[in-house]
Design a protein around this ligand. Structure first.
Ligand code: PMP
Length: 438
C-alpha cells in the first residue's frame, strides 16, 4: 500500500519467521574480517561465515577492488555464443582445483542453480551414452540441495517440499546416516553406518538400474546439522554407482573451498564423484555465483552427441557474470596466498578439541566436528522441537556471537582466518549460554 509506514513490511524474508523477526529485528550493517557490526553498534563474531560462505572473512580488500575494476571495465557480457576472458580463466583455474578428471566447468549463480544444472547434466550424459531410460534421480533423507524444483525433489526435507506440489516425478531417497545411538560424540568420521550406502542397492532392486540416472549427496550434510559421513560410506556409494552405471554427484556447495580442509571434500576424503556442485565460497560470497564441475569424458560424450549444434539447452543470463568472475579469481588468489585450505586442516584438531569441550554441558547430546565446521546437537525441548537451539541462537547474538540454528542443532563454520583465541571465545560463549537457556 502506498504510504505504508513500516519500513520492514515490504521485504518478504526467505526462510524466516517474518512476523517474529519484524517484531524484534536484528540487522547487520557492516563487516570486516571475522566480525559483523550490528545495527545497534555491536561487533558480532561471525561463527558461521555468513551462511557458510565468506570463507576468507568479510570485505577483503583484494576482492572489493577486483569487483570495482570489473564493474568499470566490463559490467556485463553474455556467455551464450560469446564470451569474455575472465570466464575462461576462471573455468581453467577451477578445473585445476577440482579432483583429477573433473575439469569441465558450467557457471551458475547460486547453489540451487548448481544443483538443478547438475541434475540436468546427469540426464544429458545418460542420454548421450545411449542410456536414455535412466531418468530417475536419487537423493537422501536430510539432504539439502537448495530450493529449485529439482533440489527440493531430491532433497530430504519435507517442510521444504510439502507446500509445493509433487516435485519431480521419479525421485527416490537413500536413508540418512545420522545415528545418535551408535555414533554420539564420536571423533572424526563416525565409525558406524557405512553399510547404509547399500540402500542404493535396495533402490536398484526396487526400480531397476536402467531407470536410475544419478545419485546426489552432500559428502557432509551441512544445512541439516553437520552430519558427517560414516567411515567408508562414500567409498561404498561410489562402488555401487560404478557397478550399476549410476552417476555420482557430490553437492559441495558448503564443503568446497576449504571448509573441510581441502579444495573439495572429494579431494580431501579421496572419493571422486562424476559431478561436483559449488557456490558460496567460490567468490567468498561477495557476488552470487555457483559452478558445476563435470568429468571430462562425460562432458565430451554430451558434446559429441550433438555434432555442429548447441549441445546443452541450458544456461543463465548471468552464467559467468564478469563481476562474479572477478570476485572468484580474487578469492581463489586469496585462498592460495594465505593458504586457507591448509589452515583449516592445521586448525582442525584444535577446533575439534574445543568443540568437544562442550561434552557434558546441559542439553548437549552430540558433538560433531571436522575441518572448520561443527554441529552441537541439543536435546529437543519436550513439546517444542527447535525452540532450544533458536533460543541459544538469540542468546549468542545478544552476546556478540553469530551461530546458526537448524532444528535442534547449532552449526558453526567460521571464516578460515579464525584465530585460536576466537575459537575459544566461540565455545566458551556457547558453554556459558547453555547454562542459561531453558
Ligand atoms: N546445496 C547445499 C549443499 C547447500 O548447503 C545449499 C545452501 N545452503 C544449497 C545447495 C543452495 O544454495 P543457494 O542457497 O545458494 O541456492
Amino acid at each position: 500500500m502506498k504510504g505504508e509506514n513500516d519500513p520492514l513490511a515490504a521485504f518478504w524474508m526467505p526462510f524466516t519467521a517474518n512476523r517474529a523477526f519484524k517484531a524484534h529485528p536484528r540487522q547487520l550493517v557492516s563487516a570486516s574480517g571475522i566480525y559483523y557490526q550490528s545495527a545497534d553498534g555491536r561487533p558480532i563474531l561471525d561463527g558461521t561465515s555468513g551462511l557458510w560462505c565468506s570463507n576468507a572473512g568479510h570485505c577483503r580488500r583484494e576482492i572489493v577492488e577486483a569487483i570495482a575494476r570489473a564493474a568499470a571495465a566490463l559490467d556485463f557480457a553474455p556467455t551464450f555464443q560469446l564470451g569474455h576472458p575472465q570466464a575462461f580463466e576462471l573455468a581453467h583455474r577451477l578445473a585445476a582445483l577440482m579432483p583429477e578428471g573433473l575439469d569441465r566447468i558450467f557457471f551458475t549463480n547460486s547453489g540451487s542453480e548448481s544443483v538443478d544444472t547438475a541434475l540436468k547434466i546427469a540426464l544429458a550424459i545418460q542420454r548421450a551414452r545411449g542410456q536414455g531410460t535412466r531418468t530417475r534421480l536419487i537423493g537422501r533423507e536430510r539432504g539439502y540441495h537448495g530450493v529449485g524444483f529439482g533440489g527440493i525433489s531430491v532433497g530430504g526435507i519435507v517442510s521444504n517440499r510439502r507446500t509445493f506440489g509433487g516435485g519431480l516425478p521419479g525421485t527416490d531417497h537413500l536413508r540418512h546416516t545420522h545415528d545418535l545411538a551408535r555414533n554420539a560424540f564420536s571423533r572424526g568420521f563416525p565409525q558406524h553406518g557405512a553399510e547404509l550406502a547399500d540402500d542404493l542397492e535396495r533402490l536398484v532392486g526396487l526400480h531397476g538400474a536402467e531407470t536410475i540416472a544419478a545419485v546426489i549427496v552432500e559428502p557432509m550434510a551441512g544445512s541439516t546439522g553437520v552430519l558427517l559421513p560414516p567411515a567408508g560410506y562414500l567409498e561404498r556409494l561410489r562402488k555401487i554407482c560404478d557397478r550399476h552405471g549410476i552417476l555420482l554427484i557430490f553437492d559441495e556447495v558448503i564443503t568446497a573451498f576449504g571448509r573441510v580442509g581441502g579444495a573439495t571434500a572429494a579431494d580431501r576424503w579421496g572419493v571422486t564423484p562424476d559431478v561436483i556442485t559449488m557456490a558460496k565460497g567460490l567468490t567468498n560470497a561477495a557476488v552470487p555465483m555457483g559452478a558445476v564441475a563435470v568429468k571430462r569424458e562425460w562432458h565430451d560424450a554430451v558434446i559429441e552427441g550433438a555434432p555442429g549444434g548447441i549441445e546443452l539447452f541450458h544456461g543463465y543470463t548471468y552464467s559467468g557474470h564478469p563481476l562474479a568472475c572477478a570476485a572468484a579469481l580474487a578469492a581463489l588468489d586469496l585462498y592460495a596466498r594465505e593458504g586457507l585450505f591448509e589452515r583449516a586442516d592445521a586448525l582442525a584438531r584444535y577446533w575439534e578439541d574445543a568443540a568437544h569441550g562442550l561434552k557434558g554441558r546441559r542439553h548437549v547430546i552430540d558433538i560433531r566436528a571436522i575441518g572448520l565446521v561443527a554441529g552441537i546437537e541439543l536435546e529437543p525441548r519436550p513439546g517444542a522441537p527447535t525452540a532450544r537451539a533458536m533460543e541459544l541462537f538469540h542468546a549468542c547474538f545478544d552476546k556478540g556471537l553469530l551461530v546458526r540454528a537448524t532444528g535442534d542443532i547449532i552449526a558453526l563454520s567460521p571464516p578460515l582466518i579464525v584465530e585460536k583465541g576466537e575459537i575459544d571465545t566461540m565455545f566458551e560463549t556457547i558453554g556459558e549460554l547453555l547454562e542459561t537457556i531453558a
